[in-house]
Design a protein around this ligand. Structure first.
Ligand code: F6P
Length: 319
């Protein structure tokens, strides 16, 4: 019987557990023994590998986080650590590994391929910053969390005639801010794709109060600016009370919503199927309705297209 392993790596994302379950269940269907690797590449290096049973994945389809644990392990870039990790797999006869994570994790998978391990990457990150897929597992759940939180902020902003500046996650990708901004009807968004022009931001808040709105919402991708300082300056220059909120890691937790579960199940089953077919060195992606795959080397070089249409949409709704 052939042996494969599954791991979750980098920042966790809702839906990772759903994917782990689908790897195990479909793995058994295709006649594999399935192993779990704890704590991502760190656990692979530390030999934290165990044989998974059907019951290990019972009742996790709807659980947030990852039962396997995750970690950031930049030391995996070093060849000596990669070699130890590959040996830990080889000594058990495991020749296929499915890696759930983002671009950093796929670089780890690419390195393992160099040691003859058959790898499959599944995009799972709330940032939706992976070029090979329209949507990554966890993005829509994080988006729902952000939207629910900003809706609550709107209630209190409206009551107090305030402006609310909200920082969402995304690392270097503005999708969470863009989609949340559209979904909550924000006045303005600041993302890596829009760039940050302070005066323009403050003017848009002023304009919305001039139009007799009782509140204004500005959604900002992390790392773009200091939201507390921006809030202070908006208040000073417009005369409208302004509060800053950083949503932070709440966006990473919680029950995966239905689409993330379907996507996770689809991609995980496909990854196992492809391994069974003898394919390797691939990253899966969703393009329209289809699950597709790219060579890891090619996928890592791809650039994520900017959703110009959606960015344009926000501007046209400001009146
Ligand atoms: O990649 C997911 C993510 O949540 C990013 O949005 C964020 O920049 C980063 O991880 C935070 O990482 P950590 O949990 O290590 O602080």
């Amino acid at each position: 019987m052939k042996k494969i392993a599954v791991m979750t790596s980098g920042g966790d994302a809702p839906g990772m557990n759903t994917a782990i379950r689908a790897v195990v269940r479909s793995g058994f269907h295709y006649g594999f023994e399935v192993y779990g690797i704890r704590n991502g590449f760190l656990g692979l290096y530390e030999d934290e590998i165990f044989k998974m049973e059907r019951t290990d994945v019972s009742r996790i389809i709807n659980r947030g986080g990852t039962i396997l644990g995750s970690a950031r392990f930049p030391e995996f870039r070093e060849e000596k650590n990669q070699k130890i990790a590959a040996e830990n797999l080889e000594k058990r006869g495991i020749d296929g590994v499915i890696v759930l994570g983002g671009d950093g994790s796929f670089k780890g998978a690419q390195a393992l391929s160099g040691y003859g391990i058959k790898t499959m990457g599944i995009p799972a990150t709330i940032d939706n910053d992976i070029a090979a897929t329209d949507y990554s597992i966890g993005f829509f759940t994080a988006l729902d969390t952000a939207v629910e939180s900003i809706d609550k902020l709107r209630d209190t902003s409206f009551s107090h005639r305030r402006c609310s500046v909200v920082e969402v996650m995304g690392r270097h990708c503005g999708d969470l801010a863009l989609y949340a901004g559209i979904a909550v009807g924000s006045e303005f968004i600041i993302t890596p794709e829009t760039g940050y022009i302070k005066d323009k931001t403050i003017q848009s808040v002023q304009d919305s109060f001039d139009r007799n709105k009782r509140h204004a919402i500005v959604v900002v991708t992390e790392n773009m600016t200091n939201v507390s300082e921006l809030a202070k300056e908006i208040e000073e220059r417009t005369g409208h009370e302004t509060r800053a909120t950083v949503l932070g890691h709440v966006q990473r937790g919680g029950t995966p919503q239905a689409f993330d579960r379907v996507l996770a199940t689809d991609m995980a089953e496909r990854a196992v199927y492809l391994l069974e077919q003898g394919r390797e060195g691939l990253i899966l992606g969703l393009r329209g309705q289809e699950i597709t795959s790219f060579r890891i080397d090619d996928a890592l070089k791809m650039e994520k297209p900017v959703s110009n249409k959606r960015y344009g949409l926000l501007g046209r709704l400001r009146n």
